[in-house]
Design a protein around this ligand. Structure first.
Ligand SMILES: *[C@@H]1O[C@H](CO)[C@@H](O)[C@H](O)[C@H]1NC(C)=O
Ligand SMILES: *[C@@H]1O[C@H](CO)[C@@H](O)[C@H](O)[C@H]1NC(C)=O
Ligand SMILES: *[C@@H]1O[C@H](CO)[C@@H](O)[C@H](O)[C@H]1NC(C)=O
Ligand SMILES: *[C@@H]1O[C@H](CO)[C@@H](O)[C@H](O)[C@H]1NC(C)=O
Ligand SMILES: *[C@@H]1O[C@H](CO)[C@@H](O)[C@H](O)[C@H]1NC(C)=O
Ligand SMILES: *[C@@H]1O[C@H](CO)[C@@H](O)[C@H](O)[C@H]1NC(C)=O
Length: 414
């Protein structure tokens, strides 16, 4: 037992020593050939620094900086280092010669099992245009040093475990075309500085923990073609100003807490092909959509569609009457009933009044004439009695011919 354990320890020590030794050897072995091979390979970047200033640490070249960056990630194999070639000869890095100096313009380290935080030294690639760190295991916040990448056009940080707030320094990367931070655990709100990104074409923050409103951050991004803020915690209403982004072909806002209705300005998005708004608190009628729309999702909302909608008819209910119209109709019907009732009542009152008057006149106010066929007045004719306001006495108002007929004269002469 004791012996085997000791053996084991010795074996382990031996292994460790061996490992250290071989590593040392590797490094020792590597350096000389590099200096020898460099001139033959015609690598403009490594030559000047190594030849002119071998002892004083002058400006770090991009390849040196890359070495520094990669030293923090155990998993990256540095083929170019081992094989004594420039990092520019590695297909993962693309270089550019500017004023006789070589710079890295693109870095693609996606699917490299990178863990730990994003190295601050990434901020040192002054001519970097594309940085792809998609699909790694990177953690922590997006480092502020990335703001020095003033030439950066494409930033891919998707599918990592990044957290911290949505960085507001992103507004300093004024050349950004594509920003993809999807599938992380980024919190906070959309920074106002997004408005600085006038070249932005694609913004994807899909599947994070971002909250707050989607306020008017897109007034200065006319070239935006795709916006994906789905699967977050956005709340409030969809801003009307999105309707001014006429280059938009895709809008993904599904699975948030958005409320209100779809702005009518969406009708003007004449290039819109995809619109996903499912699983939000949205309600009301989907406005007239451009003919270009092909894919849409309104599931899990209270939205409804017009019968002639260009998209989504199979899954979304047709609007009956929209709420406003419904209430207006109800109010009009009630008003109609009230008016009709009043009119009927007035009519009945009128009829009743008329009937009453006839009855009254039959009783007292009128004299029914009777008499023989030689009577001047026709039989059954009425002579109306009128109130005389001067002396308060009732006066019979009769036809002149009737009064002066000899038969009747005696009735009127006092
Ligand atoms: C980046 O690297 C990944 C993995 O090696 C590869 O699949 C992908 O095609 C590369 N992307 C570009 C633009 O070269
Ligand atoms: C990264 O992963 C390696 C093994 O894959 C591990 O040894 C190392 O501790 C990890 N680093 C961090 C910062 O998690
Ligand atoms: C570049 O790297 C050096 C040395 O690591 C560092 O001191 C400096 O702050 C970096 N510069 C930028 C702009 O990140
Ligand atoms: C970006 O926008 C912020 C305010 O939103 C502003 O303070 C800053 O100066 C802008 N940066 C650039 C480089 O335009
Ligand atoms: C928008 O894109 C067009 C065509 O790619 C380009 O010419 C123009 O400069 C861009 N405008 C802005 C404000 O980025
Ligand atoms: C965006 O639309 C404008 C006109 O509204 C147009 O001039 C510009 O070229 C478009 N940009 C792209 C990238 O299509």
């Amino acid at each position: 037992m004791n012996i085997t354990f000791n053996h084991f320890i010795i074996l382990l020590l031996g292994f460790l020593i061996n490992k250290c030794f071989t590593q040392d050897v590797k490094e020792v072995n590597e350096d000389p050939p590099k200096e020898n091979v460099d001139p033959e390979d015609n690598i403009p970047m490594l030559d000047p620094d190594k030849d002119t200033t071998p002892s004083t640490i002058a400006e770090l070249t991009d390849c040196d900086n890359l070495k520094l960056v990669l030293s923090s990630y155990a998993e990256v194999d540095k083929d170019w280092e081992i094989h004594t070639m420039s990092c520019c000869d590695d297909s993962r890095y693309i270089c550019k010669v500017i004023n006789g100096k070589t710079y890295i313009s693109e870095i693609n380290l996606s699917f490299h099992y990178l863990n730990g935080t994003i190295s601050n030294h990434f901020g040192n690639f002054t001519n970097l245009e594309k940085l792809n760190l998609n699909n790694n295991k990177l953690t922590g916040p997006i480092p502020e040093d990335l703001k020095y990448l003033s030439k950066l056009q494409y930033l891919y940080l998707s599918s990592n475990n990044l957290d911290g707030n949505f960085p507001s320094f992103i507004g300093d990367l004024t050349n950004l075309r594509v920003l993809d931070i999807s599938n992380n655990e980024i919190k906070g709100t959309l920074p106002e500085s997004l408005n600085n990104l006038s070249y932005l074409q694609v913004l994807s923050a899909r599947y994070n923990l971002i909250s707050g409103g989607i306020t008017d951050f897109f007034t200065n991004t006319p070239n935006l073609t795709m916006i994906d803020l789905s699967l977050n915690k956005f709340e409030g209403e969809i801003p009307e100003s999105i309707g001014t982004l006429t280059n938009l072909t895709e809008i993904h806002l599904n699975n948030n807490n958005l409320k209100g209705s779809i702005p009518s300005s969406f009708s003007k998005l004449e290039n819109l092909e995809t619109l996903y708004l499912s699983f939000n608190d949205l309600s009301g009628q989907v406005p007239d959509m451009p003919r270009s729309l092909q894919l849409c999702g309104f599931k899990g909302t209270k939205l409804c569609l017009k019968e002639d909608a260009v998209c989504g008819l199979d899954t979304t209910p047709i609007c009956a009457l929209n709420n406003k119209k419904f209430f207006l109709t109800i109010i009009l019907i009630i008003l109609g009933i009230v008016v009709a009732g009043a009119l009927l009542k007035a009519l009945l009152l009128l009829l009743k009044e008329r009937k009453k008057r006839i009855e009254r006149s039959k009783q007292s106010d009128q004299v029914l004439l009777t008499g023989g066929d030689d009577d001047f007045a026709e039989e059954g004719e009425f002579i109306e009695l009128k109130e005389n306001n001067d002396n308060g006495r009732n006066v019979v108002e009769v036809d002149e011919d009737y009064i002066f007929h000899p038969r009747n004269m005696h009735k009127f002469v006092n």
